[in-house]
Design a binder for this molecule. Sequence first.
Ligand code: ARG
Length: 471
Amino acid sequence: MSDKKVSEGAALWHGRFDVAPADDLMAYTESLSFDQRLWRDDIVGSHAHVSMLVSVGLMSETDGASVLAALQSVGDEFSNGIFVFEATDEDIHTAIERRVTQIAGEPGARIHTGRSRNDQVATAVRLWCKREVAIVASHVLALVNTLEERAVEADASTPPVRMPGYTHVQHAQPVLLSHHLRAHSWALLRDVDRISDALARLDVSPLGAGALAGSSLPINPTHSAETMGFGTTFANSLDAVSDRDFVAEILFDIALLGVHLSRIGEEWVLWTSAEFGFAVLDDAYATGSSMLPQKKNADIAELARGKAGRLIGNLTGLLAMLKGLPLAYNRDLQEDKEPLFDSVDQIRRALIAVNGMIKTATFKTDKMIKGADEEALVATDLAEWLVHRGTPFRQAHSIVGKIVRDSIATNVPMVDIVRGHESFGPDAVSLFGPGISVERRQSPGASGPLAAKDQKARLMEAIRSAEARLA
Ligand code: ARG
């Protein structure tokens, strides 16, 4: 048992205790080390709370003015990096209340009227998410814009740059490079959409829920919500202080975004390898080896792939923490912040680095075109040529399959077999012309240049509406 005496300046909640908290307890339960980055949001929440208290007559105009001035000074201290924490500051919320009271004196002691740290914390975390997660979405849009710049550039050459499309990492059918890049953009735009949904759903102020049951004082949660710019206020005080769904949603959205980046990362690891040779990284976005002088590595791409594991871990860790928690606030909930902050920090750095890597890389289009023009990739066009002339697809597939087999077995190019083939003849040989196969892919959403025009228009519209939603 600790024999420390309760003294002035001990934890804010120590009134009913005989002895001061043990150092071990404080060391284990503190959250100041990671929640200090909520200072701005705590001040915004406290400002709204004080304004509300004044508006309903729970605080005098004079007291309100001095508390608001103290909050302003505390904000300045943080902005200028001169705020001094004390050993008894458990978290950012107690630190700010302590400092406000030091500055404002007695009126400061009224700031916590009708408020609990439980609704205070939930408010600050929501405010933080509204600002920081919107920034994540803007970084996603920046990456989409880079992909689109590269897509437009690839389509601007004559003919548009084509490459082999893959299934199972095996050459399958030719696609335009722009088509490949835009495929990633569509996934990223869904990420932005999901983040916007999450932001809309979390736009609910929990301030005024108190510890769990609201207040006997005539507080006005709507006033606080409006001051902070929340869309609406909670309807159930227990839910308001227990709800961390918004953190789970954001962690999922970021985990899936991280998975999308990891797939882009894996492709760039492959594309920059000697075997693929589809792209060369700018020196500024590549790394070297400590031992092998010739190495140029795609570490950004590898970490975009590797860090997805950590983002998934943050989501599963949070869900495991939430699972089975009874209503309402439990200290477990303090564990929401580190995974949230980590995922947001990590994904932001990843988006910026991957963006720079793709923006500055050089595509080896000759290598892509060579792969796209391998004659085996014409196989499906041959089958479809027959289908067009009335052959059932399954039969056409088998006819072309035999041509492929014969070509491999005899080393005679497919084009020569087709030229003399009873089902084809010389007309079909045109299918082997360079770029013909990709040009023929004109169905809606397909990989050819004609469909690309429509896709580009839809993509621009999707980008515009994503930007509008975030604004
Ligand atoms: N630091 C705590 C958190 O982040 C503050 C809430 C503490 N509330 C309480 N009833 N002990 O969750």
